[in-house]
Design a protein around this ligand. Structure first.
Ligand code: NA7
Length: 546
């Protein structure tokens, strides 16, 4: 690494490395990490598999893809000039607008000059002798770097369903996270969607508008809630801009960095009438309020959760005309908010349309994909197009795809076989000079807010290493154990951790991922930041520096 006070003797033994830092991924994490490390004067390269910046917002260009969080609260906050010049068009911006924004950021800060696209990392091996990482791309190109910073995203390894015959379909088919860059028309087509998570819901409500027929294959219904998006007028944008300092400050203070934060009251501390009135208000308000701004105990108290679930179930019954269909859309195996709540725009009303059919594959499972469509246990359907909204090998999946080996050839994938083990979600013992931005055990919440803190923290650490001529940094086994135990203990008592979902690391399409694990930090973001800041203030005394 470029050192502030390198002596000639040190320079002689320092191996010639291609880079001081290689960042994997050009999503929001990688973009901001590049910006910060370049400002330190480091030689940095970003390796990105796609052909452009944006990460999640580059890949997920499926119809209807959009923010579920308020656009302005989800944007970068680090540059006043950027905040001053960017106007958001909608309260919950669609993917095209978000991708335009991220390209604007890349242009403004000239980020692309240190980025290499079409560069999927296949392996990364730590070399003890040179205290560096050897990083090889799928096409064989190879680089060396003192530091490796993963910015690979928690939801970036899409998974196709493990249904026999997936490759045999002769019509058009696509996973939502691999959607083509060219426009796709549904007009006159018989379309199938498999999957009813946040992605499936957004896709379904869009495809239903123009498809000749839409057949939704639902294995597990999810509790969805109205997004209530709207346009932002010029005057409103100016008001929002004037309120940025207060808004970002609020995000720093709330539990998960969202604008919404739990009500201080318990569900049963109010009368039934007050309760219903509060829920009616939340159901009629835009965004995640009904999930994250609800009574404080809805995600920990079973009775409270059941009461809220019953309220939302009735909303579904009111909105769907055919009551047999409504009952199929009401989740039975988990309570409201214990999985990621898909935000919807007239999703339930879609099932009142003549061109839309719901197939409950928990009753009649899909047996196989055929050349012409989908065969369930009771029927065969023909389609022109099959859309797979089947989700991701979440959080650790994006790491598993890369052959990462630390000291003594230890594989990260093996190390995390029974769940991730980390220090602050940023480092792992046995993997020196590797830092993770938005890795496992991180406070996800409002992710860009977490990214900014995470990147700033990593940048401070890198600056410290540079200023002290330190070329090897590693978390200790003891600290990794302590942090991992802490993260696990924070997850106890949360109803969310008792349910199968990507948030608990379960993916039926991935071998070895059928058992629930704790892969996210579920404490408060302010607590997380306080812990990280204390470590920095201690000058990283609990880490092994050499
Ligand atoms: P999710 O939330 O993991 O949803 C995936 C959906 O696909 C879900 O309904 C699954 O049913 C279904 N699925 C997965 N595999 C199969 C198979 N083999 N057969 C039938 N159905 C299947 O992913 P999303 O992309 O919607 O959302 C991920 C996150 O991205 C989201 O929470 C936001 O934070 C952004 P299941 O529920 O497993 O029965």
């Amino acid at each position: 690494m470029v050192a502030s006070s390198n002596t000639q003797a040190q320079a002689d033994v320092t191996p010639v490395l291609d880079y001081d830092a290689i960042i994997i991924g050009a999503g929001m994490s990688g973009m901001y990490q590049l910006y910060r490390l370049r400002a330190l004067g480091l030689r940095v390269l970003v390796l990105e598999a796609g052909t452009g910046v944006g990460g999640t917002w580059y890949w997920n260009r499926y119809p209807g893809a959009r923010f579920d969080s308020e656009s302005y609260s989800y944007a970068f906050s680090f540059s006043k000039a950027l905040l001053d010049e960017w106007d958001w068009g909608e309260h919950f911006s669609g993917q095209p607008e978000t991708l335009r924004y991220l390209n604007h950021v890349a242009d403004k800060f000239d980020l692309r000059k240190d980025m290499q696209f079409r560069s999927r990392v296949a392996s990364a091996y730590f070399q003890e002798a040179s205290r560096s990482w050897d990083i090889t791309l799928e096409d064989g190109r190879h680089y060396t770097s003192r530091l490796m910073i993963t910015a690979v995203g928690p939801l970036s390894a899409p998974t196709m369903p493990n249904i026999p015959g997936v490759d045999s379909f002769k019509g058009e088919s696509c996973h939502t996270a691999r959607w083509p860059h060219e426009p796709v028309s549904f007009e006159g087509k018989r379309v199938a969607v498999i999957g009813t998570g946040a992605t499936g819901v957004q896709t379904i409500q869009e495809v239903a508008k123009t498809a000749k027929s839409l057949t939704v294959f639902q294995r597990t219904p999810n509790w969805c809630a109205p997004l209530l998006n709207s346009k932002i007028s010029k005057e409103e944008m100016e008001q929002l801009r004037a309120g940025y300092p207060a808004m970002f400050q609020r995000c720093l203070e709330t539990y998960s960095c969202f604008l919404h934060t739990p009500d201080t009251r318990g569900t049963f501390e109010v009368t039934p009438e007050e309760r219903t009135a509060f829920w009616e208000k939340l159901y009629a308000s835009p965004g995640f309020g009904i999930w994250l701004g609800n009574f404080k105990d809805i995600l920990t108290d079973r009775a409270a959760n059941a009461e809220l679930s019953a309220f939302v179930a009735n909303k579904i019954r009111q909105r769907v005309k055919n009551q047999a269909v409504a009952e199929k859309l009401i989740p039975r195996n988990h309570g409201f908010g214990t999985r990621r709540v898909p935000m919807e725009t007239k999703y339930y009303e879609v099932y009142n349309q003549d061109n839309v059919q719901l197939v409950d594959i928990s009753e009649t499972p899909i047996e196989r994909i055929t050349e012409t469509g989908i065969k369930t246990s009771t029927a065969a359907f023909d389609f022109d197009m099959i859309i797979y909204a089947t989700g991701f090998d979440a959080i650790t999946g994006s790491f598993d795809r890369i052959d990462i080996r630390g000291t003594n050839g230890q594989k990260l994938k093996d190390r995390w076989k029974f769940g991730p083990e980390t220090y602050l979600g940023v480092m792992v013992d046995g993997f020196p000079n590797m830092m993770m931005v938005i890795g496992p055990h991180m406070a996800l919440g409002n992710i860009p807010r977490s990214i900014e803190h995470n990147v700033d923290w990593v940048t401070d650490l890198v600056r410290y290493l540079r200023d002290h001529n330190i070329t090897r940094v590693e978390a200790t086994a003891g600290e990794v154990q302590t942090w991992t135990d802490h993260v696990k203990s924070l997850g106890e008592g949360l109803l969310l951790n008792e349910v199968n979902s990507w948030m608990t690391g379960v993916n039926t399409n991935v071998e070895g991922k059928q058992v629930r694990i704790v892969n996210r930090y579920s404490g408060s973001a302010p607590d997380y930041r306080a812990k990280c800041d204390a470590v920095a203030a201690s000058q990283y005394k609990d880490m092994a520096l050499a």
